[in-house]
Design a protein around this ligand. Structure first.
Ligand code: UD1
Length: 362
């Protein structure tokens, strides 16, 4: 697939927090392969120190070679801005292959630029589908997978979705879950993290999905349910900038809820590992809790990661407060759902991606 020159130039594009734990293992695996040159581009979609810099440090990702510094914007303007600023970088750096990660606006923007310039694109975390096109990430996933030349999937459902959409099987490589590579590597460090200042038993909460936080009424309802839960079980709630902004904009009452700033990777991993339950609308956290065997209640009606429900500890509760409270009671009564770790979620997905890339250069 890649040109059979002695040196191969791989350019990685990342932009938002969930990309960082995915790129780290791939960069690390490719560093060990002879004849591979790597360039790292940060689009700057996430720019706060606690949404970006600290992740680079903890995950030991090399400093980006290029930062496009796009910042915030509407979906169209952010995507367009990334494309406009990324195109000259590709023309100047001339990579043999561009790797894009996950499902954020940076992913689809970079894939579109490369497809138009006839530069090969590999998509890491391909094939995931929620079948819900009201989710911006679903649009990003669909478009990126149609454009990509190499599709690296984390689980079998990804392969099946891609085949159903007409992607030729030879483009699909099931390599497992790269995000779990980062978790496996940093879990020992997380285990040494001090639990000082946190309750002994708690629910860990994260919330940032537009469908939950961009509507004032829905968000107020969720905050009320959380407040109710906090009477039985203390909550630890690191708040995403989008959610914090909405709470202020809508003038919502978060009552006794103690809102923390976003946490670094290792500290957050430590909190997940020790949580009685995790309540979230994130994608990646559904996977991390499945690996850790910690019960996860997902505040969404669907998931692009069905294996976390079929094999793992995840339960979809949507916006149904009664179901949420029922599931919390079950967990507190010792009847939490048990799960197993899906195949190839073993800490070696990055190496399998490097194998595919270097085999195709031979
Ligand atoms: C993005 C991804 C989402 C991912 C999430 C993880 C898309 C479409 N969505 O959503 O899939 O789960 O990242 O965090 O790409 N902001 C800051 N500081 C930052 C970053 C963002 O204040 O460092 C603010 C922005 O100004 C904006 C809001 O947070 O108002 C949302 O940021 P944005 O990048 O648009 O999307 P996310 O909601 O973070």
């Amino acid at each position: 697939m890649l040109p059979s020159s002695p040196a191969t130039h791989v350019l990685h594009v990342v932009g938002a927090r969930p990309n960082f734990m995915k790129v780290a293992p791939v960069v690390r695996a490719l560093e060990k392969r002879a004849g591979v040159e790597q360039t790292l581009v940060h689009t700057g979609q996430h720019y706060d120190a606690n949404m970006s810099d600290v992740f680079f440090r903890q995950l030991e990702i090399p400093a980006p070679d290029v930062n496009l510094a796009v910042g915030a914007g509407s979906h169209a303007s952010q995507t367009a801005e990334i494309m406009t600023r990324f195109e000259p970088v590709v023309l100047e750096r001339k990579p043999d292959l561009v790797l894009v990660y996950g499902d954020v606006n940076s992913t689809v923007a970079a894939a579109l630029v490369c497809a138009k310039l006839s530069v090969l694109v590999g998509h890491v975390e391909a094939g995931l589908r929620s079948f819900d096109r009201s989710m911006p990430e679903e649009i990003n996933r669909l478009v990126t997978d149609q454009l990509a030349d190499l599709l690296f999937t984390p689980s079998e459902d990804g392969d099946l979705n891609l085949q159903r959409e007409g992607v030729p099987p030879e483009k699909i490589h099931r390599v497992g879950n790269v995000m779990i590579d980062s978790l496996v590597r940093l879990l020992p460090e997380a285990s040494r993290c001090s639990a000082n200042g946190f309750p002994e038993s708690y629910a860990l909460v994260t919330l940032h999905r537009p469908s939950n936080v961009d509507d004032g009424e829905a968000l107020q309802k969720l905050l009320r349910s959380l407040l109710e839960i906090s009477r039985q079980l203390p909550l630890v709630f690191p708040v995403h900038p989008r959610t914090r902004r909405r709470i202020t904009e809508f003038g919502l009452q978060s009552g006794q809820l103690h809102l923390l700033d976003p946490l670094p990777y290792v500290e957050f991993l430590a909190l997940q590992r020790n949580a009685r339950v995790v309540i979230t609308d994130s994608g990646g956290i559904q996977e991390e809790t499945t690996y850790l065997g910690v019960p996860c209640l997902t505040l969404r009606d669907n998931t692009e990661r069905p294996v976390t429900v079929s094999m793992g500890t995840n339960i979809l509760v949507g916006q149904d407060e009664n179901k949420l409270c029922r599931e919390i009671s079950k967990i507190l009564n010792g009847q939490a759902k048990r799960g197993t770790i899906p195949p190839l979620w073993d800490g070696h997905a990055g190496e399998r991606i490097a194998d595919v890339l270097t085999a195709s250069t031979r």
